[in-house]
Structure formats: C-alpha cells, structure tokens
Design a binder for this molecule. Structure first.
Ligand code: PGA
Length: 260
C-alpha cells in the first residue's frame, strides 16, 4: 500500500566528484528529470565546494541541491567548518545532518546532530536527519531504542512547527554501501515506528518525509517505495550514475509499483 505524500529522492554523493564529472552527471540528471512525473521531488547533496556548480547547473531545473553537513556553530573561529548560512548562500534546499559516517568517523553525538538541524532550519535549509542502527544493535533487538533515541534528541530541541519542516532518513548502518539493503518489510517496520514518534510531537509533524537509505538500487527501489511509510530514498552509490539515479526516481512515481 502506497501513501498520498509526494515522494522525495535525494542523492548523497558523499566525497565523490570533480568539476568535470559533476557537470556530466548533473546535466544528465536534469535532462532525465524532465520526463519524471511531477509528484516526484528530486535533489542531490554535493560536497561543499560544488554547491556553486550545483546552483549554476541545477538552477531553474526541477532538481534541487543541498549539502552533506553543516556546522553546529553559526560562525566564528572554527577552521574548516561550513556554516548553514554559507550553504544557504548557494540556495541549497537541503543539508544532510547526522549521517552515520559522520557519527562514526567524526564522533557526532545525537546532541550535535540536533544542533546542526537547528542551525540548518535557522538558515532556511531543510535538514535531512539521518538515523540508523548497526548490525550489532539490530541483532540484539535494540533497533527501536537506538533510532528512537536518535530521533528524540532532535525533536527535543525543536518546536512542533520546526519539526514539521525536517526530513528524516532511516539508514541502517549495515545496509549502507554494502549492497545489502533492508528488506521492504524491515524498512517499513522501522518507518512506522519513526512515524509514530513524529506523530507524538504533533499532528503536523506526522507527515514529514521519511526516506529510506542503504543500498537502494533501481532493482529494489519500487518495492521499498510502495511501503506505506516510505516517502522516498536517500541514495548513495547509485546517485553517482545518472541512469541509475533517474531509474530510482522513476520508481518513486505514483503508480510505478503498479506498472513495474
Ligand atoms: P548507499 O548509501 O546507497 O551507497 O548504500 C546511502 C547513504 O549512505 O546515504
């Protein structure tokens, strides 16, 4: 059973790309996206130095762009950091916050992730808040506890109005870049759980887009996207190939599950 919420598919390039290859990829995505049904929203989150390029090549198209991280600080002596306001200067619609790679390799706690979500919202950028459990946590039955706590930390610092403006991405750590996606049933189960947590924050929060991420491919996208509480995807590896990314976007279109 699908749902009435518009689908959103976001590419996460991670630390990939150079000017020349980006241009080919972005132009391919823009061209292909023209043929997508209007009910699918599309975006790509690029490394910070390429925000200007994304703005130049995607501006005026139906493909939005965003960053992969923002600082917890507004400005100041924080060498190497990038503020949400800087990202907003390039008309970024989104900023991923709390990706598991940042939690794992850069020691980001859920409190840090919450502060980043706040800075993004203040700058007019929509935070895509990532949550997800490790394999060990799943096998020990702690999935709900882990992702619930990760989401709660963000909801705790936001008003209901602010919380209604976020996007949440469920990305099981064991499924990221491994080729091993969660099954549609596994993903839907966690999405329903997250949906209930969001609903507890307020009626308008219940409908925030809930994306699934972790080894989404053209082959498994339609099955994932037809689940009741899956509103789209956060796509890593497959977003680096225009054809694969566009096929995933097409799978998000209403009726794609019936046709496919
Ligand atoms: P993947 O990455 O699609 O390559 O598994 C998803 C992500 O980390 O956002």
């Amino acid at each position: 059973m699908s749902n009435q919420r518009a689908k959103l598919v976001v590419g996460n390039w991670k630390m990939h790309g150079r000017l020349a290859v980006n241009a080919v990829l972005l132009e391919g995505v823009v061209r292909g996206a023209q043929a997508l049904p209007q009910d699918v929203r599309v975006a790509v989150c690029v490394p910070h130095p390429y925000l200007a390029q994304a703005q130049a090549l995607l501006g005026g198209s139906r493909v939005a762009w965003g960053a992969q991280d923002v600082s917890v600080h507004e400005q100041g002596a924080y060498t190497g950091e990038v503020a949400a306001g800087m990202v907003a200067d390039f008309d970024a619609t989104y900023a991923i916050v709390g990706h598991s790679e940042r939690r794992a390799y850069h020691g980001e706690s859920s409190e840090v992730v919450a502060a980043k979500a706040q800075r993004a919202l203040e700058a007019g950028v929509t935070p895509i808040v990532c949550v997800g459990e490790t394999l060990e946590e799943r096998e020990s039955g702690a999935t709900g506890q882990v992702v619930g706590a990760q989401l709660d930390a963000v909801l705790a610092v936001l008003s209901a109005d602010e919380a209604a403006r976020i996007v949440v991405a469920y990305e099981p750590v064991w499924a990221i870049g491994t080729g091993r996606s969660a099954s549609s049933e596994q993903a839907q189960e966690v999405h329903a759980f997250l949906r209930a947590r969001l609903a507890a924050k307020g009626a308008q929060v219940a409908n925030v887009p809930l994306l699934y991420g972790g080894s989404v491919k053209p082959e498994n996208a339609a099955d994932l996207f037809r689940q009741a509480d899956i509103d789209g995807g956060l796509i890593g590896g497959a977003s680096l190939k225009a054809g694969d990314f566009l096929a995933i976007c097409a799978a998000a279109a209403a009726g794609a599950d019936i046709a496919g």
